[in-house]
Design a protein. Structure first.
Length: 186
């Protein structure tokens, strides 16, 4: 088989984590209905590693534990790290969005008050919002135990493209009248 290298590259590339030699062998045997010795597969893996060792490529084939995986070369780790930082700041879970909305509309607010509104524990979500710098600690409450108060941060304004909290949509602007049930004068 002359294009075994391409099949191995595809299998290794498609694998979410390192893929073992036995898994590679099983996949090839299943597809082609013939036996592939570990020597043939090792020879192809060595060929692929030599190919990607060339400085023209930003990735390399690395043996990790008992398997193989394509990774970026160390020279590019700083750029990849910046991409990961940028992406981690962009994604917000549904819980984070709900918590952030509560903080934005009720700030300054304590974690207990947020949990009373949401009905669930929000320790993890508040921590993630602090790490993403979308909220900040605004001081301590005067109530018993002096709980921490949370408020939105300047990065929150940038993230949502507003200049101040007054530019947030009013709750009545968000409610769709056609979704209402019953008399609205209650």
């Amino acid at each position: 088989m002359e294009n075994i290298d391409q099949y191995l590259e595809a299998l290794i590339f498609a694998s979410e984590q390192s893929i073992r030699l036995e898994e590679l062998q099983y996949c090839l045997q299943s597809v082609f209905n013939e036996d592939f010795s570990t020597d043939i597969i090792n020879k192809s893996i060595n060929s692929i590693q030599a190919k990607y060792a060339d400085e023209r490529f930003a990735i390399e084939l690395v043996k990790i534990g008992n398997g193989y995986q394509f990774l970026t070369k160390k020279a590019y780790h700083l750029a990849i790290n910046q991409l990961q930082l940028q992406r981690s700041k962009k994604k917000l879970s549904q819980a984070a969005i709900e918590t952030l909305a509560i903080i934005a509309y009720r700030q300054p607010i304590t974690k207990v008050e947020i949990e009373q509104i949401r009905g669930v524990n929000c320790d993890y979500t508040v921590q993630k919002l602090l790490e993403k710098e979308l909220i900040s600690i605004a001081g301590k409450s005067d109530t018993v135990g002096k709980p921490i108060l949370y408020a939105t941060s300047p990065l929150f304004m940038d993230y949502f493209g507003i200049n101040n909290i007054n530019e947030l949509p009013q709750i009545k602007e968000l409610v769709n009248e056609s979704d209402a049930i019953g008399d609205q004068t209650e």
